[in-house]
Design a protein around this ligand. Structure first.
Ligand SMILES: Cc1cc2nc3c(=O)[nH]c(=O)nc-3n(C[C@H](O)[C@H](O)[C@H](O)COP(=O)(O)OP(=O)(O)OC[C@H]3O[C@@H](n4cnc5c(N)ncnc54)[C@H](O)[C@@H]3O)c2cc1C
Length: 431
């Protein structure tokens, strides 16, 4: 794998937006107080917070791709506040780990919400989404019901949906049980990503189309990029899985590609088959399952998992077409206008890598499949950690366990592929 992700197709979300001119102009200066590597949700939040905390400090934010084309612009647009695993390692944290993790995620949601409002970001922000976690098989229905009981223990009372409700709202009889998910908003992710990048404070210099290849080991740190070298007193690593190529979290994360597709705008007859609600989202109750959204006049479908290697677009299209057809057999056509792959950085225990790596170097990577809200809040907290700003939220975040060690290749790959194949088989109709 290269030093940065290079995808086989454009993000469908980004392709639906008007063309945007990437910021590729090299800065006149080469030395910065802080350099941030990676301009996904995490890197954007780091850079924004640094600019707020240290007025006058020039910050360079380096992005290998263009805004809207990384994972931050090719996800499914769910702003989730459910707690991530693992619980925690500190004794005083374990008891109410879920509440504290959700409090962290909620703060990330609030931050995005206030930025969308204050910067007038047009990203189809929908705070009253019909977002349901749905099960298609009796076995997974049982798990979903257990999840609901856990939510109740946390003081949440998610709404339940039977197969008739699901059929009516989403138009498919595929699912037998659903519960209201902990989604706080649905968005157009590429529009949100662009809006955040294009409204950064003036102190942040965004450089797109520059890949960081190597970092110096001592301060001031040399940052070698495809567009020349820079120097920084402080480094912030937010390039997700590719932090591995910079020597960070090398044996802690694996790359899992998953795939998204958009139908063309559907005609009236086909559109009616997607149920009576204007828009909705379905999240899978099984982790190898399929996400869907009815958005605009299109259906979005996301599914599939491949280890460290992106499927060919035709293969991804075939896989997603089959899943679409299974759910909506009565559609006249099962065509997609856009099909794309996206890379997630997955850890074995679900923990994210967050904190100070060595004096002057900080990292927040490995947000898995729910990093829109989490990446945002972790980015903000990482900048605060570096600037010595203390808060209960930061102290809670620092108590959460990080990702555990993974065996080297080829053992890692063999084990991961076997696990994916077994889980996919076990998922059966949930896929
Ligand atoms: C198909 C799909 C659906 C998803 N659905 C959801 C969802 O609904 N909700 C949710 O919360 N999450 C979802 N996710 C996960 C979410 O997209 C990620 O967790 C999130 O993007 C993580 O943000 P980040 O900023 O940490 O990393 P990224 O978004 O991966 O950003 C890192 C950036 O670093 C850049 N980079 C990498 N290497 C280098 C380098 N060497 N030099 C310079 N730049 C570099 C990359 O180009 C990238 O833009 C989904 C992911 C995929 C792929």
């Amino acid at each position: 794998m290269k030093n940065a992700p290079v995808y086989k197709s454009r993000s469908g979300w980004n392709a639906l937006l008007p063309e945007r001119r990437p910021k590729t102009e090299l800065p006149s200066e080469r030395r910065f107080r802080s350099i941030v590597v990676g301009a996904g949700f995490t890197g954007l939040a780091i850079a924004r917070r640094l600019a707020e905390l240290v007025p006058g400090e020039e910050i360079l934010l380096i992005e290998a791709s263009t805004i809207g084309e990384g994972a931050s612009g090719r996800n499914s647009g769910y702003l989730l506040i459910n707690p991530g695993e693992p619980s925690a390692n500190a004794a005083d944290f374990a008891e109410d780990w879920a509440a504290r993790q959700m409090a962290i995620a909620r703060e990330g949601f609030q931050l995005l919400r206030s930025l969308v409002a204050s910067q007038s970001i047009d990203c189809d922000w929908n705070e009253t989404p019909l977002a349901i976690t749905a099960a298609a098989t009796p076995r997974v229905e049982k798990t979903a019901r257990e999840t609901r009981r856990t939510y109740e223990e946390w003081g949440l009372i998610p709404k339940e949906y039977d197969s008739h409700d699901l059929q009516r709202t989403t138009g498919t009889g595929y699912y037998r049980y659903g519960l209201q998910s902990l989604t706080r908003a649905l968005v157009q992710p590429a529009a949100l990503h662009r809006g955040l990048a294009d409204s950064l404070p003036a102190a942040v210099k965004l450089l797109e189309g520059a890949t960081v290849h190597a970092l110096g080991k001592t301060a001031p740190f040399t940052v070698e990029t495809s567009r020349g070298d820079f120097l920084a007193d402080r480094l912030f690593i937010a390039n997700n899985l590719h932090a591995r190529s910079l020597g960070i979290a090398r044996n802690r994360m694996v790359g899992i590609y998953t795939y998204g597709a958009f139908t063309p705008e559907l005609d009236e007859r086909e559109f009616e088959q997607l149920g009576e609600e204007a828009d909705w989202g379905i999240l899978p109750a099984h982790r190898m399952g399929t996400t869907m959204r009815k958005t605009g006049r299109r259906l979005l479908i996301r599914s599939g998992d491949s280890y460290e290697k992106e499927l060919e677009p035709d293969e991804a299209r075939r896989m997603l077409t089959g899943l679409y057809r299974n759910r909506y057999p009565h559609m006249r056509r099962h065509e997609f206008e856009h099909v794309w792959g996206g890379l997630t950085a997955v850890t074995h225990n679900g923990g994210f890598y967050f904190g100070r790596v060595q004096p002057g170097i900080y990292a927040s990577v490995g947000c898995g499949g729910s990093g829109v809200v989490r990446g945002t809040i972790q980015g903000k907290l990482l900048a605060e950690l570096a600037c010595g700003v203390e808060s209960p939220l930061l102290s809670d975040r620092l108590k959460i366990k990080g990702p555990i060690w993974l065996p080297p290749e080829p053992f890692r790959g063999i084990a991961a592929r076997l696990q994916i194949a077994a889980e996919q088989r076990q998922a059966g109709r949930e896929r």
